[in-house]
Design a protein around this ligand. Structure first.
Ligand code: NAD
Length: 354
């Protein structure tokens, strides 16, 4: 019997490589069961997060079929909360408690509580991204030393998203390498490659920023106004109407201008004039969204404005302003995080009180 009932390992696994597998294999030797939480489970595909939760869970199951079959390796999704580490920590705690109680009690009545189980967080203090290992002082620390140097998933991604993709088989298990070889033949790979090339060229054209943008969070009667992006970055994803601030305008005016340009929002009298749109802004809700990694284009700091339009049975009319964007009202209940561009889901969550 090991002294640890449940190990917890958190990672993005974009993709899973032999460094991760080394940690998992060693943790399995030292814990009765290991819970692997697959992070960033709720984000749209992009060159940094190219594989869905389902694809990454399949990579893990393929690498450890026996441990999964024996119920010793438990895989679960974990969503990002970019602007609230507290919400993220709470979700980790809730998820681990539910899994420990379910598996520790053999699926039957919960005769044991969380305090009856010894839980340890495992990982390898690679770099700053591992700061979250310190966010859970209630759990013991199970440090696994790496035998595999400091390579990372980003090395795999930069070699893979090329015109002539390289699958670095030396640092991937056979199942993951096979998956990558199959994936690179499909449409999704081509779209991600196009996006990666766009992003690689971006700093040479525009610099690295910081850039200032404005976004409009426009709500009316349980709906939110979004645009479907017609081109890279994020082609096909939904985004808040918004864009870069011109050198000679105020940020708030940029939000109104972009809203009008991208959606042609109108009432019975025609396009709504800027002053009237301004009157719908709830000033107290204006917020800056500045997560350093929020855009893969560079350092982009956005200011989001909440426009609360009057409740109506007939929503204001909208149409796509140009070929880059197609505007539509969406019911909140029909949206899910992975449909949205960059951190726009997190912005909507914060601004519209979802
Ligand atoms: P990762 O896949 O890069 O790494 C996972 C683990 O594997 C880490 O402990 C890492 O140190 C280890 N590892 C990496 N390379 C290794 C190697 N060569 N040898 C041995 N071990 C190696 O994942 P990550 O980026 O650390 O994942 C963190 C997840 O938690 C992300 O999804 C992130 O978004 C999420 N997170 C979210 C919030 C929030 O939403 N507020 C806050 C913190 C973390």
């Amino acid at each position: 019997m090991s002294t640890i009932d449940f190990g917890v390992f958190i990672g993005r696994f974009q993709p899973l490589h032999i460094g991760h597998e080394h940690v998992i294999a060693h943790a399995l030797e030292r814990c009765d069961r290991l819970i692997v939480l697959v992070g960033s489970a709720n984000v749209a595909r992009d060159p940094r997060n190219p594989f869905t939760y389902a694809e990454r869970a399949a990579m893990l199951r393929g690498a450890f079929p026996d441990a999964v079959a024996a119920g010793r390796l438990i895989i679960a999704p974990l969503d990002d909360h970019l602007y609230s580490d507290t919400a993220w920590v709470a979700q980790v705690q809730r998820s681990v408690r539910a899994l420990v109680l379910e598996h520790g009690n053999g699926g039957g009545f919960h005769t044991h509580g969380l305090a009856d189980f010894r839980v340890a967080l495992t990982g390898f203090g690679k770099d700053a991204s591992s700061y979250y290992l310190k966010l859970f002082p209630e759990w013991a620390n199970l440090q696994i030393d790496s035998q595999y140097g400091t390579f990372s998933s980003s090395d795999v991604r930069s070699r893979y998203f090329q015109r002539i993709p390289e699958v670095p088989a030396a640092i991937l298990s056979a199942g993951v390498a096979d998956f990558l070889r199959g994936f690179m033949l499909g449409e999704t790979f081509r779209a991600l490659l196009e996006e990666a090339e766009f992003l690689a060229a971006y700093p040479a054209q525009w610099g690295r920023g910081p850039f200032v943008t404005a976004d409009a969070v426009v709500v009316q009667s349980g709906h939110i106004l979004l645009v479907e992006r017609g081109r890279a970055p994020g082609k096909g994803l939904l985004a808040l109407p918004g864009g870069f601030v011109n050198p000679d305008e105020r940020i708030r005016d940029a939000a109104i201008r972009e809203l009008r340009e991208e959606t042609s929002i109108s009432d019975a009298k025609g396009q709504i004039p800027p002053a009237m749109l301004a009157s719908f802004i709830e000033d107290a809700r204006t917020r800056v969204f500045d997560a350093p990694g929020r855009s893969l284009r560079g350092r982009i700091i956005t200011h989001a404005f909440l426009f609360r339009l009057p409740e109506r049975r007939q929503l204001f009319a909208v149409k796509g302003g140009d070929d880059a964007a197609h505007a539509r009202w969406y019911r909140f209940g029909d949206l899910s995080p992975e449909m949205l561009f960059e951190d726009h889901w997190a912005i909507i969550e914060e601004m519209a009180d979802l």
